[in-house]
Design a protein around this ligand. Sequence first.
Ligand SMILES: [Mg+2]
Length: 236
Amino acid sequence: MLVLLDIDGTLLKTHGAGLAAMQATAEELHPGRTFSFDGISISGRLDSLIWRDLMASGGVDHARTDHGAFRARYGVHLGRVLDAAGRSQPLAGALALVERLAATEGIALGLLTGNYEHTGRLKVERAGFDLSAFEFNAWADDGDHRRDLPPKAMGRHAATRGPIEPADVIIVGDTPLDIDCARANGCHVVAVATGAHPREELAGHTPDLLLDDLRDTDSIALWMTSRKRPLADPAR
Ligand SMILES: [Mg+2]
């Protein structure tokens, strides 16, 4: 099995550090302009798309500005914000679950996230996770849409560990877009209501397993290890 875990709202919370750092970066690179996240959808979206919307909020044409410069400075600002507030915190049960899954034979782990790679790694490391546990990852730069990400992580698994079928992939996330990207690729999906979306809302998107949090390590690990079978209907 390949278990792909989302970062924000699933493994950890940064209490708005990412948005604060993005805004500080935009204002530093475009002095005199005002940027706002009002009306911008954040939850489950790729950082590269949030960046485009943020630029538009300040009247900046993203095609005429330097995405690379933004990414580099965002990393610096995020490190500063996380340092100052000490606020990348693991969510309940997440550290223990990752530790358990990483030690379970037949399970490989990866991060599947809308974060840029450098800032995603920063958040995960600062929250106390062992980054080396996550071998097959997919990041914001791996596609234009979250649906593009699972095949990237699976391709990385194929390159070193051998091909893997969607029916042997479990995606864990806190938003309807996590569920959508799993369904679109024929993967299993676990939704956890520790992010911005309440349990009732996630239930409406019919994940295979719906959890209040990741605390029940034994049951979650057992559920995951017993998924190794063909999906009844990969297209659903
Ligand atoms: Mg999330």
